[in-house]
Design a protein around this ligand. Structure first.
Ligand code: AMP
Ligand code: ZN
Ligand code: FE
Ligand code: FE
Length: 290
């Protein structure tokens, strides 16, 4: 990794035990430091509960930690993921809204467990909570219990057969609208970014263009062009769209530790590189707005 150190690389999409990653925020920041990354953003699903710990570890080790979040918002045909960067954690609206999202989860999760039990799986909410460890408990943790008990051979199978939308144990969770999600990040003085466009139901360039135009009007500031599973043709398409709509090109791995063992911190499958210049661009955008 020594060779990478001089490149001033960053990873702007990572998960810790505060959501569905396997490293604690401290372990994550330590790993980023060992890899020689210059900055890391913690972007747990629907929570900033791990950020304070990550910031403290960053101070201690001398690596820049950017307070972030990844919010799943409503979208026809599924959901879309918004990343928020440089959040002001003291914003009351941020804390209140994330607490509300947490409450939606607490409604939905026991309903899904009941459905799994009706399918004769011996699985309890307590077991799922124990596996989750952190504050945000969701389908990946249900999948983990199902794998551990031998009901399915892996997470993908758990989703395909039971947990995904349209499958027998699925219960829809209430979500923010894209507008509410973007407004929340803006209220917390952060930068809203559309995550991994590859996973949107919109696939053609005209469809993507129309969606991004709409989100830009709502206040979107960036597009996650560089991402572990985006190939070079996809990155090219997304880069063009970012340019057209004057969006900051961002990037990250979506590191989840042992929950997604193929994805390595900072480098994804090996070739991903996100330069520190992205962080400079975001900071410029923050200054211009003030
Ligand atoms: P939840 O927030 O509880 O609805 O769970 C959503 C999370 O489950 C996503 O953020 C993904 O990490 C994971 N996920 C969603 N669909 C799949 C899938 N088909 N296979 C594996 N993981 C998935
Ligand atoms: Zn995740
Ligand atoms: Fe995501
Ligand atoms: Fe993610």
């Amino acid at each position: 990794m020594g060779g990478l150190k001089s490149l001033n690389l960053v990873d702007l999409h990572t998960h810790s035990t505060a959501s569905d990653g396997t490293l604690t925020p401290s372990q994550l920041v330590t790993a980023a430091c060992e890899q020689g990354l210059k900055a890391i953003a913690l972007t747990d699903h629907d929570t900033v509960a791990g950020v304070a710990e990550a910031l403290a570890k960053g101070e201690e080790l001398g690596i820049e930690v950017i307070p972030g979040v990844e919010i799943s918002v409503d979208h026809p045909g599924g959901e879309l993921h918004l990343l928020g960067y440089f959040l002001d954690l003291t914003c009351p609206q941020l804390q209140e809204t994330l607490a509300k999202l947490q409450a939606y989860r607490e409604q939905r999760n026991p309903q899904m467990i009941a459905k799994l039990q009706a399918h004769n799986f011996d699985i309890t909410m307590d077991e799922v909570t124990a596996v989750a460890g952190g504050t945000v408990i969701g389908r990946p943790h249900m999948a983990a219990v199902m794998v551990a008990k031998g009901y399915v051979s892996n997470t993908a199978e758990a989703f395909e057969k039971y947990l995904a939308s349209g499958r027998p144990a699925y219960v829809k969770k209430q979500r923010l609208s894209p507008e509410e999600g973007i407004n929340l990040v803006l209220a917390a003085k952060g930068i809203p970014v559309l995550a991994h466009p590859k996973y949107l139901p919109e696939q053609s360039v005209p469809e993507l263009d129309a969606l991004i135009a709409k989100l830009k009007n709502l206040g979107l500031r960036g597009l996650e062009v560089v991402y572990t599973t985006h190939d070079s043709a996809e990155q090219h398409t997304y880069r063009q769209l970012a340019k057209k709509y004057n969006l900051i090109v961002t990037g990250g791995t979506d590191f989840h530790g042992a929950n997604k063992p193929d994805i390595k911190l900072g480098i994804g499958m090996g070739a991903l590189r996100v330069p520190y210049a992205v962080v400079d661009k975001m900071k410029e955008a923050l200054i211009k707005r003030d």
